[in-house]
Design a binder for this molecule. Sequence first.
Ligand SMILES: CC(C)(COP(=O)(O)OP(=O)(O)OC[C@H]1O[C@@H](n2cnc3c(N)ncnc32)[C@H](O)[C@@H]1OP(=O)(O)O)[C@@H](O)C(=O)NCCC(=O)NCCS
Length: 169
Amino acid sequence: MSATVRRLRGPRRVAIAREILESLPAWFGTRRAREAHIQQAGRAPMYVCEDGAGIVGFLVLERLMTAAWEIAVMAVRPDRHRRGAGRALVAAAAAHAAARGATLLTVKTLAPSSPDRAYARTRAFYRAMGFVPLEVFPTLWGRDNPCLLMALPLVPPHRRRTTSALSRP
Ligand SMILES: CC(C)(COP(=O)(O)OP(=O)(O)OC[C@H]1O[C@@H](n2cnc3c(N)ncnc32)[C@H](O)[C@@H]1OP(=O)(O)O)[C@@H](O)C(=O)NCCC(=O)NCCS
């Protein structure tokens, strides 16, 4: 896929987040959680990935503290999975955070103690991007949704020398 990633600003962010999240009911089937993600997309830094057919995925960032930014939500249209959009979005998020002095990019996702098979694929993606599992919070999202915190160490722009998992084709 010949994809480009760019930062998107303005009210269109909400409609894009809604359309893509609603196309992924296996991940974002709970209306309340989905709406919270959609509303956050309208007020936080958002990157979109587009190919010749339009926007195929997005990622929303949240600054936790100076050293740590978090992927608040990311999603790629189901018919565009495994074509590199997710990798390109994480690379943009890592660059955004590193440029602002962060040394960690974090994400919270469903822990492996959940039987949910869709999120097993999500964890495989984050592992492939270099994220390391840090801690499970069994009740943060309620007992049925154990939360796994993962983190990706960031290399400051001036110290980057080697090719990371994020920039592989
Ligand atoms: C997770 C998600 C964003 C990944 O986006 P993507 O564009 O499909 O991912 P990429 O094509 O960039 O994958 C990069 C690498 O991650 C790994 N990976 C991605 N999906 C995988 C899967 N289903 N199983 C195993 N490994 C996977 C692979 O190593 C892949 O490289 P390869 O295709 O060359 O083998 C996308 O699958 C998605 O939207 N999932 C549903 C929503 C979601 O899980 N959001 C995150 C919530 S916390």
